[in-house]
Design a protein around this ligand. Structure first.
Ligand code: FAD
Length: 361
């Protein structure tokens, strides 16, 4: 079996950036991606999300991103990724879903539903989309209405005329409320105060995510800490007071709605709200279960990374196994972060391979 200098898992922004830089450095590698088509997680974003709606998609190295437009993001970004893979001759194999990575002598064995690869190093770029997170609340299984996660958001028309409870304090919740507010009756609940962007410091926010990762804690989402802002397309909902109808998290779910056991904010207010639909905009977790055999996690549940060489988004090397780089993870979980991390990962791979060569001579 051939031995690759590196295997990249995932062909989203982070994996493509890593592959571009590995290729430039002359490092023999293959990119394994579970999707049948180019586009990473972007191909699964909801149809009503346009390039005007996205936070902003960073360029790939030597590959300018599509600009703002009314084009659907789930078409524009995948088409761009597809062209990029072809123009730069990136060695992407798909569909290949990796099931596990294990150590075999000095090598890493990457097993998948389409074969096994051996590699000296690994760049993991598997994102979060395949691991939607829904917090557990008592009674969730008794709810008679519909429960949906961001992952399965079908667009606003699906909800017309219903009473919808949106859960979560991130950008997705703000967008959903903006779309749903004018055509449904919405209620918004959040565990913590939403961070509005007036007093937002992007570097500090990403730095906070890195601190968690260094301490071996599970990473918080970068997009969740970059602060929220209401955009023109959310103003109609704002005028209707949609963003003011916010309450703390409920205590439990009942068949017809949600209940607060102790509403400290206003004891006179009803502690029960009937709802037809619960929309969980509660984020995602890193898709890294295939790395479990490498024992990269700390006792706190996260994968600690070594400090980066430049800014915080260049922290990519797993502290417990420097052969493994994680891009699009923790501080680099954004398009700009994935992009920078891809370069940092390729350089770290080269450093590791050079050290190994010296050791073997
Ligand atoms: P992905 O794009 O998720 O790509 C990962 C790839 O790995 C996928 O193709 C997947 O199929 C593949 N994969 C996963 N597991 C395996 C496996 N076991 N084997 C093989 N392949 C596998 N960031 C921004 O900067 N701007 C935004 O506007 C923005 N909007 C967002 C909106 C939403 C709803 C969400 C959830 C995130 C958003 N982000 C945004 C964050 C951003 O999308 C991601 O951080 C970034 O695009 C992720 O790129 P990635 O390469 O890490 O992962």
């Amino acid at each position: 079996m051939d031995v690759y200098d590196s295997v990249v898992i995932g062909a989203g922004q982070a994996g493509l950036s890593a592959s571009y830089h590995l290729k430039r450095l002359g490092i023999a590698h293959v990119v394994l991606d579970a999707e049948p088509r180019a586009g990473g997680a972007w191909q699964h974003r909801w149809d009503s999300l346009t390039m005007d709606d996205v936070h902003g998609v960073a360029d790939l190295p030597d590959g300018p991103a599509p600009g703002r437009s009314t084009d659907r993001a789930n078409r524009a970004v995948p088409a761009w990724f597809g062209r990029y893979e072809t123009e730069h001759g990136l060695p992407v194999r798909r569909p290949v879903r990796v099931s596990s990575v294990t150590g075999r002598d000095d090598l890493l064995e990457v097993r998948s539903d389409a074969g096994t690869w051996l590699a000296r190093t690994l760049v993991n770029a598997t994102g979060t989309w395949t691991r939607p997170f829904v917090p557990h609340y008592p009674g969730a299984e008794t709810f008679a209405g519909e429960q949906l996660h961001t992952h399965d958001y079908p667009g606003p028309e699906h909800f017309r005329g219903r009473r919808v409870l949106v859960v979560g304090a991130g950008a997705s919740a703000v967008q959903f409320l903006g779309e749903l507010g004018p055509i449904t009756d919405t209620l918004w609940v959040t565990r913590r105060e939403p961070v509005w962007r007036e007093d937002f410091d992007g570097r500090e926010a990403v730095g906070q995510v890195l601190e968690r990762v260094r301490a071996g804690l599970p990473p918080a989402s970068v997009v969740s800490v970059t602060g929220l802002a209401l955009r023109p397309q959310e103003q109609a909902a704002a005028r209707l007071g949609v963003y003011d109808r916010r309450r703390p998290m409920f205590s439990r779910i009942e068949p017809g709605g949600v209940r607060w056991d102790d509403d400290a904010r206003d004891p006179d207010e009803s502690a029960y709200e009937p709802v037809d639909t619960i929309l969980w905009a509660t984020g995602f977790r890193p898709a890294v279960t295939h790395l479990a055999p490498l024992h990269l996690r700390s006792e706190h549940g996260g994968i600690p990374l070594l400090p980066g060489t430049a800014d915080v988004q260049t922290a990519v090397t797993a502290a417990r196994d420097p052969r493994v780089q994680l891009v699009g993870y923790g501080p680099s979980a954004s398009t700009i972060g994935g992009n920078r991390a891809g370069r940092a990962a390729a350089l770290a791979v080269r450093r590791h391979l050079t050290r190994e060569l010296v050791r073997l001579e």
